[in-house]
Design a protein around this ligand. Sequence first.
Ligand code: SF4
Length: 109
Amino acid sequence: MSVEGRKKALRELFAPTVDRLGYKFTPNDEDADFLLEQLANIEAETGVPYCPCQARSKDRAADMRMVCPCIPFHRKHYDAMRRCWCGLFVHKDVTDPDSLRQIPEGRVK
Ligand code: SF4
C-alpha cells in the first residue's frame, strides 16, 4: 500500500478509537498530515505504528505504550495537556491547538 493510502487507512482506523476517548484529530491539517506520514513510514519500517515523537527502547512492553493512539496509557498526562504528546490528537472541544503546550509528565499533578 502507498504511504498516502496507509495514511488514509490510519486516519479511518484511529478516528473512532480516539472519539470514544474524548479526542479528535488536530484541526491543524498540515500537522495531522505530517504526523500520519511519519506513522505510516514507521509502520512500514517496523510493522508497528509507533509514536513518531517518543524514543523507543529495547523493552517491548515499554514500547507498546507508544503504539498510536497511545492515549489510554498516558491518560492523565494527555488530559492535563488536552492533547497527546505529538499533538496529532486533541480534546474534542479544542479549536486552537497552537495554544496548547507540551507539559513534561513529571510536572502533571
Ligand atoms: S503521542 Fe499522539 S501521535 Fe504519538 S503515539 Fe501517542 S497518540 Fe499517537
